[in-house]
Structures are given as C-alpha cells and as structure tokens.
Design a protein around this ligand. Structure first.
Ligand SMILES: NC(=O)c1ccc[n+]([C@@H]2O[C@H](COP(=O)([O-])OP(=O)(O)OC[C@H]3O[C@@H](n4cnc5c(N)ncnc54)[C@H](OP(=O)(O)O)[C@@H]3O)[C@@H](O)[C@H]2O)c1
Length: 285
C-alpha cells in the first residue's frame, strides 16, 4: 500500500478509525474480525483515543490484535487536552499502552487544543519519544494559526501529523491548512472521511443521497461511500482513517485504493462540492 511519511515513519494511506469501536459488546466479534481483516489487507494503522468510550475502544483494539506481531500494525492514540501537561500525560500514555496491550505507540496526538501551553505538551511528547513509549507525536484539530504557534515553540517542528476533519462536504483545509502542512512535510490524517456514512451535512448537502455522486459511483461499480473515500485518497500525503466495524465495509474501503476516477468526473463533482475560494473555519466533530 502507498505510504505517507510522518517524520520518516511510513504510514499506510488507508487506516482504520476506532471511535465507537467497543461501545456495544454485542458487536465485539464483528468489530474484532473487521480490525484484523483491515490489518491483513494493509490498512494496518489503527486510530483511537483515551476519550473513545472511556478507554473501551483501546481495550477492544488491544484484545483484537494481541496475537499479531507488533511490527505488523501501527497504533495512534490521543491524549485529552486537559491531560496533555506534565501532571498527567505520562500516566495517560501508560494507561493507553496498558489498554492496548503494547509497550509503545506509533503516534501520540494532542486531541485538540486546550489550556496547557503548547511548549509544555511538546516537551512532554519529546520525553515520551526519548523513553521509547512513543515513536512520533502530533496534533489534531489544529488550524494554520495553531500550527504556526506550535512551530515557534522548542521542538514544535517535530510534530509529525495533524489529524483533521476532511471529506467531500468539508473541503476548507484545501485552501490553506493542507498546503501549509504539505510544505512542511507534516502528514495529514483525515478523520470522518466518509462524513460519518454521509450523515455529516454541510449547506444541506446530504452526501449519501446526492444524485450526481450516485451516478458517478455506479459508473465505476462502487458505492457512494467508496467514492467519498476515493476523494480523500486522491490527495497526496493525506491518510484516511474510515471507521468500520463491518468486515464487508472494510473490504470495500481497501478496494477503493484500486479505483481510478477520471479527471472529468472529479471536475463534475467539484462543480457541486466546490473547493474553497477563501479561508474557512476548521470543521470539527
Ligand atoms: N481527532 C478527532 O477529533 C476525531 C474526530 C472524529 C473522528 N476521529 C477518528 O476518525 C475516525 C473516522 O471518523 P468517524 O468514525 O467519525 O466517521 P467515518 O469514518 O467518516 O464514518 C464511519 C461510518 O461509516 C460507516 N462505513 C464505513 N465504511 C463503510 C462502507 N464501505 N460503506 C458504508 N458505510 C461505511 C461505518 O459503519 P460500519 O461500522 O457499520 O461500517 C460508520 O457508521 C474515527 O473512528 C476516529 O478514529 C477523530
């Protein structure tokens, strides 16, 4: 699978989201199968957070992958902003490692900006890297102004990833954040790449019900969800982390990597879901 460099660490362009994984015990075996299948098909980067289900997502992921060789998959977890300082971050990281049943994280992200100074968070992240607990660190939900501030603090430039909301109905990052990150070789990780199965709307555009998308998807023998994923994967240096607790959906998501949409069809899609022409507020979920 194509990879994107996160400060020298190669990450597959397609990973798997972990939000709501582990919420419903009745779905445990299906979710376990979906995660393992995704890893075996190359979507071997799993995203989670201490926040997700109060640790239930990390617990299920740890259980699902306990028989796998650690070097065969990559784990991303995130620390709450209020835990991202000297007082709590080391315990938070240890607790995530314990729930995930591993002794290091591939990436550890600040989930969103809080009150703790960036300088303190960056210093703690660097200590975690030195201690071998974390291979790379990054941020999430940071817009250009936040990134510029981070760039000014000691070791801020070691930030390897910015994880942000990005899907066809929310293209604001294309105007300024995406080029800013690309110029500085910071990997972009797109969350909600399927607009949460089309349920996230912008300007009343319901992606899952859009006729143009349905017609174009049908032409390529794919679903609208796969077309949404293909849109995100079209961007170089962008990693998509769709969440799926269904093996069928995981297979479809991986197959999307083989889909080649023509430039005419992308232009038709751009006509309806137009790219930004001015600065837009960074969407968050
Ligand atoms: N950093 C942040 O602040 C932040 C915020 C939100 C999310 N995230 C991360 O990003 C990940 C992805 O975002 P998300 O989970 O909110 O939304 P998403 O990935 O855009 O959408 C997930 C939904 O799409 C469905 N789905 C997946 N593949 C499908 C397919 N091929 N066909 C039809 N439906 C499909 C899933 O259902 P099934 O499970 O039934 O397949 C689920 O309902 C999260 O899980 C989380 O790891 C990060």
């Amino acid at each position: 699978m194509r990879t994107v460099s996160a400060n020298g660490l190669p990450l597959p362009v397609l990973g798997q989201g972990g939000w709501h994984i582990g919420d419903d015990p009745r779905r445990e075996s299906e979710e376990t199968e979906a995660l393992r299948l995704g890893v075996s098909l190359g979507a071997a980067l799993i995203d989670t957070a201490e926040m997700y289900g109060d640790g239930r997502s990390e617990i299920l992921i740890g259980k699902a992958l306990k028989g796998s060789k650690r070097e065969d998959y990559l784990l991303v977890s995130k620390v709450y902003p209020h835990n991202a300082g000297r007082g709590n971050i080391f315990n938070s990281c240890e607790a995530s490692l314990k729930r995930l049943r591993v002794d290091y994280l591939d990436l550890y992200l600040l989930h969103w900006r809080g009150a703790i100074p960036l300088e303190e968070t960056a210093a703690c992240m660097e200590e975690l890297v030195k201690a071998g607990k974390v291979r790379r660190w990054g941020v999430s939900n940071f817009d250009v102004a936040d990134m510029e501030e981070l760039w000014r603090v000691p070791n801020g430039k070691n930030c390897a990833v910015d994880q942000v909301l990005y899907h066809l109905g929310s293209r604001g990052i294309e105007f300024d954040l995406l080029p800013w990150l690309q110029e500085r070789n910071v990997a972009v990780m797109a969350y909600c790449p399927l607009a949460q199965a089309g349920s996230l709307r912008r300007m009343n555009q319901n992606l899952s019900k859009d006729k143009t998308l349905a017609i174009i998807a049908q032409k390529y023998g794919i679903s609208v969800m796969q077309l949404l994923l293909a849109f995100v994967l079209r961007q170089p240096d962008v990693i998509a982390i769709p969440k799926s607790g269904s093996p069928i959906h995981v297979r479809e998501n991986v197959k999307t990597l083989d889909v080649d949409i023509s430039s005419e069809d992308w232009a038709e899609i751009d006509r309806i879901f137009w790219p930004p022409t001015s600065k837009m507020h960074l969407d968050m979920d």
